[in-house]
Ligand binder design. Structure first.
Ligand code: C2E
Ligand code: CA
Ligand code: CA
Length: 615
């Protein structure tokens, strides 16, 4: 039965074909021509001997060639020759490709396009009765919009620079080429990634507005491009990408040579970029000063793949920024170890806070005493971390900055605040102050005031016993908001101490502008105060000014009687340091406080606590 069905179908198809041929003949040449002319495409039909049977009049202009050679009977080779002589049209390349396929018995299509111009889609179709048909379609518009979409997918709309995806794609391709250049590193071209991040961009954006920020980014992009153009030295072009925000990456290609030579080129370009972005920007009459730091990673020393290189350059940038901005910094393997350490800390700290409910994050207390009587006036809460699987306690110096960077400080700070307040209500002296350190990152969080109020309510601590220690950086970064938050916290009854005074910008103006109860003079001034005249003079004048403004001063890091005597002479009312006690576990605190309160025991020195685990 199947065979019969097939036979039947074959017979029907053969009949239809005969009918179609008859219709073709009946239609005659004129009507066939009219049908061809009505088509938007160009059409050529060739016979089995590769001679032109018919060409519609769309074909020649589409291909950009003269219509004269397109008369029926002309051999394809002659048309090819005519097309080749048209220098800049698409006819040449299209005809050359057609020559290769003409006569084959499979349909095929391809697109031929000019770099910034037209695009023609060509379809080749062999005919069942021999010969072949070619159609030409102008797809410039579609091509253009595709190109536009492709461009959009690969570029940053604001600056027109490549985006991250496109940078990585190009980088992979170029690295693959470079790897093939030669076995020996010195004989192949070099490639460096320069990772830039703008200084003070956020300030410009915040103070002058987003349109100004956008304009600035565009100008930065232009300056980077200019900084790279090094004339006709025959080098392949460098690529600039914007990774988002105020981060840019330059892919710099250098000639073959020793590693030192390649480094020199990268350093020179790095410095040039720093200089280019350091000179002021004109934003519609407003002058903006920014700057940049550049992290540099070299292929293949610092990373073999695009991802590795980008990471290395990013790490170098990160280190560059923390060690003084406005310069270039090369990647070093040690940076990788540091990054790994920080990642481990982040993971473990997250677990300690959210899975173990802060069980391993202990809060120690260090007494603060009246400088003359040595009676305790308050205690500073200092966090300690009992990391699982590690000996001893980890010092906050090792994880506070990671917590700030990752936002974990919000949860950590709240945990410390809760613990500190809960402890303070158990202290024998109902007036004893409890001081809690507050990071400026926490200060920027919208829920802070509410959180503090809740902790006070939950623990029942008298708000007047709580003092928050903040640093100058807070006041510099966002003075208006900081002042507002301080006022709202003050309204709860909470006090404030300015921590680490003298380490930052140390502007005395802050003392007048912000409502502090106490100024903590940094350990750095105290350490050699008995030998360095200048330090004593500073402490004296700060104490005098604070006295006038109604603020107390407390000297941090007092380790010796000599230091204590000098800060007392300079006018400090309070002191804190190993001379009195180091930070102690809550269950030891009561003993320490009563020892300090007892007159007989006040004078002898109490040694520093067991050292924390080293970094
Ligand atoms: P800080 O607020 O300046 O705290 C004083 C630091 O000096 C403490 O180090 C303390 O142990 C140490 N210290 C006290 N007396 C002496 C002394 O006589 N000699 C010497 N050499 N050092 C002394 P610690 O506990 O390692 O804390 C380091 C920093 O970590 C703190 O500096 C503070 O900025 C930060 N920190 C500690 N706990 C917290 C916290 O709960 N939240 C926040 N945001 N930061 C914290
Ligand atoms: Ca402090
Ligand atoms: Ca301090």
């Amino acid at each position: 039965a199947a065979a019969r069905v097939r036979l039947e179908r074959e017979r029907r198809e053969a009949a239809e074909l005969r009918l179609a041929r008859a219709r073709d003949l009946a239609l005659g040449h004129a009507e066939f021509r009219a049908a061809l002319e009505g088509m938007p495409q160009g059409v050529w039909k060739f016979d089995a001997g590769n001679r032109l049977v018919i060409a519609n009049s769309r074909a020649a202009p589409l291909l950009g060639m003269a219509p004269e050679p397109l008369v029926p009977g002309t051999p394809f080779s002659a048309i090819l020759q005519a097309g080749e002589s048209d220098q800049d049209g698409l006819a040449g390349p299209i005809l050359r490709r057609l020559r290769v396929i003409a006569g084959t018995d499979a349909s095929e299509s391809f697109v031929e396009s000019e770099p910034e111009g037209r695009a023609i889609s060509v379809t080749y179709r062999p005919l069942p009765q021999g010969g072949w048909l070619a159609t030409f379609d102008d797809i410039t518009e579609r091509h253009e919009s595709e190109r536009h979409i492709r461009h959009m997918a690969r570029h940053d709309p604001l600056t027109g620079l490549a985006n991250r995806a496109w940078l990585m794609e190009c980088l992979e391709r170029i690295l693959a080429e470079l790897r093939l250049e030669a076995e020996e590193p010195e004989r192949r071209g070099g490639l460096a990634l320069l990772y830039l991040d703008l200084d003070r961009f956020k300030q410009v954006n915040d103070t002058l507005g987003h349109p100004a920020g956008d304009a600035l980014l565009r100008q930065v992009a232009a300056r980077i491009r200019q900084g790279l153009r090094s004339g006709d030295d025959g080098r392949p072009e460098d690529m600039v990408a914007r990774l988002g925000g105020d981060e840019f990456v330059v892919m710099l290609r250098t000639a073959s040579g020793t590693l030192a030579e390649k480094r020199d080129v990268a350093a020179m370009v790095g410095d040039r970029l720093v200089a280019a972005l350091t000179s002021p920007f004109d934003l519609d009459g407003q002058v903006a000063h920014i700057g940049t730091t550049v992290g540099i990673a070299l292929w293949a020393e610092d990373g073999g793949t695009a991802e590795e290189l980008l990471r290395a350059a990013d790490l170098a940038l990160y280190h560059g920024k923390s060690g003084g901005r406005g310069r270039h910094v090369f990647f070093e393997p040690a940076m990788d170890h540091e990054a790994r350490r920080r990642r481990t800390i982040e993971t473990e700290l997250r677990r300690a806070l959210f899975e173990d409910e802060g069980r391993d994050l202990l809060v120690f207390f260090q007494p603060q005493v009246h400088a003359l009587t040595r009676r305790p006036t308050g205690c500073e809460a200092l966090v300690r971390w009992k990391r699982p699987g590690q000996e001893g306690l980890t010092s906050p110096g090792e994880f506070i900055d990671v917590a700030e960077e990752t936002g974990l400080i919000t949860a950590l700070g709240l945990h410390v605040l809760r613990r500190a307040c809960a402890e303070a209500v158990t202290w024998a002296d109902p007036d004893m102050r409890v001081s809690v350190n507050l990071s400026s990152v926490q200060f920027g969080m919208p829920g802070l005031v509410q959180e503090v109020a809740e902790v006070l309510a939950a623990t029942g601590l008298d708000p007047r016993r709580l003092e928050l220690e903040v640093t100058e950086s807070l006041l510099i970064e966002n003075a208006d908001d900081a002042l507002e938050t301080m006022k709202r916290l003050r309204a709860l009854g909470v006090g404030f101490a300015l921590d680490d005074f003298g380490t930052g910008y140390s502007s005395l103006a802050y003392l007048q502008a912000f409502p502090f109860d106490r100024v903590k003079i940094d350990r750095g001034f105290v350490r050699e105060i008995h030998v360095r005249q200048g330090d004593a003079a500073i402490v004296r004048s700060v104490s005098a000014l604070c006295g006038e403004l109604g603020m107390a001063t407390i000297a941090e890091g007092i380790e010796t009687e000599e230091q204590l005597a000098t800060v007392v002479a300079a006018g400090c009312q309070e002191a804190q340091g190993f001379l009195f006690s180091g930070p102690v576990h809550p269950w030891r605190l009561a003993d320490v406080l009563s020892r300090l309160a007892a007159p007989a025991a006040r004078a002898p020195r109490m040694g520093p606590p067991a050292p924390l685990r080293a970094a």
